[in-house]
Write a protein that binds this ligand. Structure first.
Ligand SMILES: [Zn+2]
Length: 342
């Protein structure tokens, strides 16, 4: 990428209130059938336009066609029964009623490929597409078939690879895998988490990213963060192995987080999407605050490998707040770009 400090978002953006109840996770659709399909495309267009107007360089669909970053992908697979629900603890943090794996999992047809083609038609800017990572997928399910988290993760990795290859063919420039679970299950990350992620990107020519965060700005996550103490060193556990992996980009939560910035040194050589926007507050950052976070990160990432981004997705925020945050991200990145070229 020729442009220095290209901006992007971690993933989801708020949906318009005419398609789903705003400021809510798993918000049900307000339309159905053909009307819903048309509305999803319209919402995608609006979301894209808002990113473009805010000056975001690497754009996305804002996840407008999905209800949830993990569940929607799984809904399209065979082997998972959404009516057979069990209560599990997601990321050891909060209880949720989740679907059950009842047989061999498989993908009969593409999940997001048509949406990605549609986005590709709308813009010439680089596009990034988010998929859930294998470990985060298994953590959102009750497994009544494989009875092994690792086995199920390998199966999902194969399926993700099928989808990723088709997204690449549809013209996606960066495929991102969301792995908030990497911040929780450290032994598994190193035993097979990163290996299954590498299986998911096998054979891809486009760039690949892994997004590791402390979650959406919802109460369960905010409460959990309060228990993590004054220094968040979770990244330290996965970084050495990630540095050795084939993943090109690592997307991190840095704004208002207690992650010591120098941990980024452990992934030296990788491109780093630095979260410079806090998604757990309605307060819109000033461009100077964004610039400050990017300057700190520049001590540990080469300028040509620094990608300013958001801490996580912005689905739970209001559209107005999200727009303000996107603008602040662009303006903050521009301040640092000007400094670098001075
Ligand atoms: Zn996230």
């Amino acid at each position: 990428m020729a442009l220095l400090l290209p901006t992007s978002t971690a993933g989801s953006l708020p949906k318009p209130s005419w398609i789903a109840e705003p400021e809510k996770l798993w918000s049900p659709w307000l339309l159905e059938g053909d009307q819903l399909n048309e509305a999803k495309q319209d919402a995608l267009r609006v979301s894209l336009q808002e990113q473009v107007i805010a000056g975001i360089d690497i754009v996305s669909d804002g996840e407008q066609t999905r209800q949830h970053f993990v569940t929607t992908f799984i809904e399209h697979l065979d082997g998972v029964d959404f009516k057979k629900r069990e209560t599990v603890k997601i990321r050891n943090r909060y209880e949720a009623s989740v679907p059950s794996v009842v047989g061999a999992v498989s993908r009969q047809k593409p999940v997001f490929v048509e949406d990605a083609k549609f986005l590709r038609q709308q813009t010439d800017q680089p596009i990034k597409w988010a998929l859930p990572g294998p470990m985060t997928m298994i953590d959102t399910l009750y497994d009544d078939h494989y009875k092994s988290r690792e086995k199920l993760a390998w199966e999902f990795a194969k399926i993700l690879n099928q989808e990723a290859r088709e997204l690449e063919a549809a013209g996606v420039d960066i495929i991102q895998f969301d792995e908030p679970a990497f911040n929780v299950f450290f032994d598994e990350v190193n035993d097979w988490g990163i290996a299954t992620l590498e299986r998911a990107i096998e054979g891809l020519q486009c760039e690949t990213a892994v997004h590791i965060c402390y979650g959406y700005g919802i109460k369960a996550n905010n409460d959990w963060k309060k228990t993590l103490g004054s220094e968040w060193r979770q990244y330290e556990k996965a970084f050495p192995k990630l540095q050795q992996s084939k993943i090109d980009i690592v997307s991190l939560e840095c704004q208002n987080s207690k992650v010591p910035m120098d941990l980024i040194e452990l992934i030296r050589g990788k491109k780093v999407m630095v979260g410079a926007i806090d998604v757990a507050t309605d307060t819109v950052e000033t461009p100077e605050e964004v610039a400050n976070t990017l300057r700190k990160a520049l001590q540990f990432v080469d300028a040509d490998k620094l990608y300013p981004s958001t801490n996580c997705g912005m689905t739970p925020l209001s559209r107005q707040v999200a727009r303000g945050k996107l603008k602040a991200l662009s303006a903050g990145a521009q301040i640092v770009r000007d400094e670098l070229s001075a």
